[in-house]
Design a binder for this molecule. Structure first.
Ligand code: ADP
Length: 270
């Protein structure tokens, strides 16, 4: 994009000519576009839960409702409030990522236990998908990692696998010990991702521009946050996908180096 200015040049009180200034504004235009995409994403994502909270509180204020209906409405209000909270947390995370203020607390972790817990939590949130875990039962070596961030990482990926899979879809979590690292795969049979979108997928606010993704809704922040978490752990994240048949997200995390001889078992370590 080029912006053009024309300016008359005067010298000694006489008109001497016209100066044309051509300015490359490609970057500014890109930023402007990102800003407006951001504003429309944020307003849309905030408006949906807010409308629902507003509607249900109005219903509850209007008349004496039977207790079971009150319970139902309160459950919806509660989950929509959680949705808003996690949305705001994502925005804050991205802002901290940009200003390099994200703090990590590394501790020795048993990832098998953690992934099992996160998977169980998400399995409870869907009755339409089947989650299977293939984690093996050999003792695992330690990973040095930030526990809440690991929960957030696997939570985001499992949540996406559920969100972008039609009812009845199967989601498989695989945990595999390689020589110097742990490999975790989240495999779904969902809508998949078009090839052209793959290079952009981990960028902030990027969402695949098709009717399925638009219907499903989201901010395009989850994968950018995942990538940041994996980087902070010296790991790798990548995706393979076939549109219409599913996606595989793979994460590789290095084993803790100092005490690589120590082992833990899935059950001994809480
Ligand atoms: P959000 O889901 O909030 O839009 P993400 O950053 O988590 O944001 O994902 C970015 C985009 O990548 C999504 O909008 C979706 O188009 C695509 N995507 C992510 N995970 C999957 C998946 N498992 N299957 C299909 N598409 C996916």
């Amino acid at each position: 994009f080029v912006q053009v200015y024309a300016e008359g040049i005067q010298y000694g009180g006489r008109f001497r000519g016209t100066m044309l200034v051509l300015r490359d504004v490609t970057i500014e235009t890109g930023i402007d576009r990102m800003k407006s995409e951001f504003v429309s994403t944020v307003s849309h994502e905030l408006r949906t839960p807010l409308a629902s909270i507003f509607g249900y509180t109005e219903l509850m204020l209007a008349k004496d409702l039977p207790v079971d209906r009150q319970q139902r409405y309160l459950t919806t209000i509660h989950s929509e409030t959680q949705r808003l909270t996690s949305l705001v947390n994502d925005f804050l995370d991205v802002q901290r990522m940009e200003s390099s203020q994200q703090q990590y607390q590394f501790v020795k972790l048993d990832l098998r236990n953690l992934i099992q817990e996160v998977a169980e939590f998400h399995a409870g949130s869907t009755s339409h998908h089947q989650l299977t875990l293939e984690t093996g039962d050999r003792p695992l070596r330690w990973i040095e990692a930030d526990e809440p961030k690991m929960r957030q990482l696997f939570g985001n990926l499992i949540n996406n696998a559920i969100k972008y899979s039609p009812d009845g879809g199967e989601i498989e979590l695989k945990l595999e010990e390689l020589e110097d690292r742990l490999r975790i795969q989240i495999i779904d049979e969902g809508i998949g991702i078009p090839q052209h979108a793959l290079p952009e997928l981990f960028s902030k606010f990027y969402r695949v521009d098709n009717s399925d993704s638009r219907k499903i809704g989201g901010t395009g922040l989850g994968l950018a946050i995942c990538q940041e978490i994996v980087r902070a752990h010296d790991g790798l994240i990548h995706v393979e996908s076939t549109e219409g048949s599913g996606s595989i997200f793979t994460i590789e995390l290095p084993f803790e180096q100092i005490s690589s001889l120590e082992t833990i078992t899935g059950t001994e370590h809480a």
